[in-house]
Design a binder for this molecule. Structure first.
Ligand SMILES: Cc1ncc(COP(=O)(O)O)c(C=O)c1O
Length: 445
């Protein structure tokens, strides 16, 4: 009964929230002090009715939730969730499987295996690559770097899992200026050291490979959406002995369309790939995917055996491939989204997002005082409105209007409004509301 009341309350609140998204302001309307005032209270000494907790929680969060699951959210790179993936996510919490291995959640283990197979097909990656469903692209980089670290050192006779990094041959990490900050964080986490990360023009990468080297190439820059020339560089880098890793947090999804896959041409030649489900596949947070060509290196870097665990002989144990131990059974929502949309529906969703990014940028460019800093090559674009201070003011005005949510960045020394369209729900009407909000901002700042 406790469960029924709490879940029915959450169900009603969730539906009201989702159905109200189109009419609601996209920004958070509650201030920091309001939110702190609502949530802060002395540590409860005694408990309370579960449904009341949920009712009050929703009231406390009111105005403190960004409308990022709706169609008018264009900030950072944040997707929504297709209905079946959200519903599957509810079931995931309900079933509460610790998806460590087959024995702790048989259906969870099997569904992940199917997801890995489907994702490789969708993204055009080698079917023999190993994979892991992780919390996001950040941890996908870490997972791939662990495998890369294993292989480049094993090639020199160094067993990094046993001997550690102290005294090991130094590994250098090379990247172009398109690389994302999550690469730096992965370099730190895996113990490679930021001093060993070198940002170089793509033309200089091949000559710079010497000794154990991981090269990171970008499939979709965070701001411009640009891709490194994968087809050209990957074979040359590999010929010099480098491990080539791809950051395709959102850009790898170009592979799932006929219209944009030329951008990622050659991507399947790489050694490892990191991408997200929670961005462009539109499954709930948190969900990212790591893929590794050298499955032996991947497994060697993470696999663990313990007598109290129950390892499977014939099924896939996630602990062999994932950096975490106990973890969410996040395969269910990926599985649901892929089934709901199908290969065709995924391609249509991706292309629709790109169309809407084009529409916003091209319509906004017709307004006086608007400069296009980057027309969308995929689903992202950048605009400027004169001086940096005016661009900031326009961004702030658009956000404050509640009609659309956009964020800023610095591009080639200039402040820019960046627009990223990755929500399955974004319609032409949403894009038009965004353009109208930009037009209104231009008349007021
Ligand atoms: C290009 C790129 N790489 C990596 C990341 C990190 O992804 P996540 O937040 O899923 O860990 C992002 C996030 O926006 C990104 O845009």
């Amino acid at each position: 009964m406790q469960h029924r009341n709490a879940l029915q309350t959450a169900h009603r609140i969730a539906l009201d929230y989702i159905e109200g998204l189109d009419q609601s302001p996209v920004l958070a309307t509650a201030s920091l002090s309001e939110l702190k005032g609502r949530f802060s209270m002395p540590l409860p000494e005694s408990g309370m009715d579960a449904a009341t907790v949920i009712e009050e929680l929703a009231g406390q969060a009111q105005g403190g939730v960004l409308g990022s699951s709706g169609g008018r959210f264009f900030g950072w790179v944040i997707g929504g969730n297709v209905p079946s993936s959200l519903a599957a996510d509810w079931l995931t919490s309900t079933w509460d499987q610790a998806a460590v291995m087959y024995a702790t959640g048989p259906a969870a283990a099997v569904v992940e295996e199917v997801c890995g197979d489907w994702l490789k097909q969708l993204l055009g990656l080698p079917q023999k690559a190993s994979f892991a469903l992780v919390t996001g692209c950040q941890m996908a980089h870490v997972t791939c770097f662990l495998a890369a670290r294993h292989r480049v050192l094993a090639n020199l006779g160094w067993d990094v899992e046993r001997q550690g990094l102290s005294g090991a041959p130094g590994i250098q990490v090379l990247a172009t200026n398109l690389h994302h900050g999550s690469i730096e964080r992965a370099v730190k986490m895996v113990g490679l050291g930021l001093d060993n990360l070198h940002t170089l023009p793509a033309e200089s990468l091949v000559d710079a490979v010497s000794g154990p080297t991981i090269v990171v190439l970008q499939a979709g820059d965070i701001n411009s959406g640009l891709f490194d020339d994968l087809e050209r560089w990957i074979p040359q880098l590999q010929a010099r002995g480098a491990w080539v890793h791809i950051d395709g947090a959102f850009g790898l999804w170009a592979q799932a369309t006929n219209r944009y896959k030329h951008l990622a041409k050659g991507v399947e030649l790489a050694d490892s790939w990191a991408t997200d489900g929670h961005k462009w596949l539109n499954v709930p947070y948190d969900c990212g995917y790591a893929f590794v060509r050298d499955s032996e290196a991947h497994r060697a870097s993470l696999s663990h055996r313990a007598s109290y665990l129950s390892h499977a002989d014939d099924a896939r144990d996630q602990i062999d491939w994932n950096p975490d131990w106990s973890r969410r059974a996040r395969g269910f929502s990926t599985y649901a989204a892929i089934r709901e949309l199908g290969r065709e529906g995924i391609a249509q969703m991706l292309e629709r997002c790109c169309d809407m990014a084009q529409l916003i940028v091209s319509e906004a460019s017709k307004l006086e005082g608007v400069e296009v800093l980057a027309a969308p090559v995929l689903n992202q674009g950048m605009l400027a409105f004169g001086e940096d201070s005016r661009t900031e003011a326009v961004i702030a005005h658009v956000v404050a209007s509640g009609e659309a949510f956009v964020t800023g960045t610095t591009h080639e020394g200039r402040r820019a409004m960046r627009l990223s369209v990755c929500n399955w729900q974004t319609t032409r009407r949403d894009a038009e509301r965004c353009v109208a909000a930009i037009a209104a901002a231009l008349t007021s700042v």
